[in-house]
Design a protein around this ligand. Structure first.
Ligand code: FPP
Ligand code: MG
Length: 338
């Protein structure tokens, strides 16, 4: 478990878990049963941990206030709400080592379970955060949903655009990572008068970790062993979602070769929406074509750039135990592809 070496963070996360449990228990009935099942499964709780670490950096490692613990819990509730809805959209059968809620309770109930968490997130932030952070939360949710819409429309995408890919992954991952850090840093600054420049540094750290993390996730989806990722391989390709290695390969000098493979396998013009019909053998061909055309190395280099940026910003933080925790955590999160 990632927090075993950081007991001070693990302790605070136990408090976050207690708030989450309290929130999902309150309505009772099937709603509570389903949500309790999901939130008690094993999870890294990265986002609330980011909020806690950012707050501790601002206060020099002081115990985190109850207010900030509730805000950290709100961030996780938003994340879990988006996962419940995402599994419906993706028709994905499993989540966090168990059945997805829509598989167990039907889509109608699962949509409402996600909505409930979503509303509890807003309520906690409205009650405990500064008003400008509630405004930032609304903007972040709009961004998350617009990038999800872009991904859902990805099946109709005909071009191979790095810019569109970046917009998607920023929305999917980096926005919430950045917000998690920003919430912890800015709310702690209100209590303890931390440095506003540190708030901005921490927000950028969240953004850079988020982009790097998602590029690596996408690399692992295509090239990682399914035993390690716990997911069936190449789910993005199967769903017609183009990720950075494929996009870079398709834009490379050897583009025509990759397109030819796509045509051969699809039996028609190389339109990404045909990807979902491909067979195992076809996916293996795409893997080797993408690697040969430099898409794999290119995506790894891109992840490296964001990792270095995050590390540079971490070096600018006040020295101390929490700076070390953040440095080690970043290293672990962003070295998964090697
Ligand atoms: C996971 O991507 C997707 C997200 C983290 C965002 C999903 C957002 C929505 C469904 C919009 C609704 C949002 C709210 C706030 C209610 P993935 O499918 O690549 O990851 P996975 O492999 O974990 O499923
Ligand atoms: Mg999904």
């Amino acid at each position: 478990m990632i927090w075993a070496e950081f007991p001070e963070i693990r302790r605070e996360l136990e408090r976050v878990k207690a708030v989450i449990l309290e929130e999902v228990t309150r309505p009772g009935g099937t709603l509570s049963r389903g949500l309790r099942d999901l939130v008690t499964r094993d999870a890294k709780l990265l986002r609330p941990a980011f909020t806690i670490i950012a707050a501790r950096i601002q206060t020099g490692g002081a115990a985190v206030s109850d207010r900030i613990i509730r805000i950290a819990a709100a961030i996780e509730l938003l994340h879990v709400a988006s996962l419940i809805h995402d599994d419906i959209v993706d028709e994905s059968a499993s989540r966090r080592g168990g059945a997805s809620l829509h598989v167990e309770y039907g889509s109608r109930a699962a949509v409402l379970m996600g909505d409930y968490l979503f509303s509890r997130c807003f309520s906690l932030v409205a009650d405990h955060a500064q008003p400008e952070n509630a405004t930032l939360l609304s903007a972040a949710v709009s961004h998350i949903i617009s990038s999800e819409i872009a991904e859902t429309n990805g099946g109709q995408e005909t071009g191979f655009s790095v810019r569109r890919y970046m917009h998607r992954i920023v929305g999917k991952t980096a926005v919430l990572f950045a917000l998690s850090f920003h919430f912890g840093a800015s709310e702690a600054a209100r209590d303890e008068g931390g440095d506003p420049r540190t708030v901005e540094i921490l927000r950028r750290i969240g953004y850079n970790i988020g982009v790097g993390f998602q590029i690596i996730d996408d690399l692992l989806d295509l090239f990682g062993s399914s035993r390690r990722t716990g997911k069936p391989g190449a789910t993005d390709l199967r769903q017609g979602v183009l990720t950075l290695p494929v996009i870079l390969a398709a834009n490379s000098a050897q583009r025509s070769r990759l397109i030819r493979v796509l045509q051969k396998i699809g039996g028609r013009a190389a339109q990404p929406r045909l990807l979902r019909f491909w067979q195992e053998r076809a996916i293996e061909r795409v893997r080797s074509e993408v690697a040969e055309a430099g898409g794999r190395a290119g995506a790894m280099a891109a992840a490296e750039i964001y990792t270095r940026r995050a590390e540079r910003e971490i070096r600018r933080l006040p020295r101390g135990r929490d700076q070390v925790i953040l440095r080690e955590l970043t290293e672990r999160l962003l070295s998964r592809a090697s």
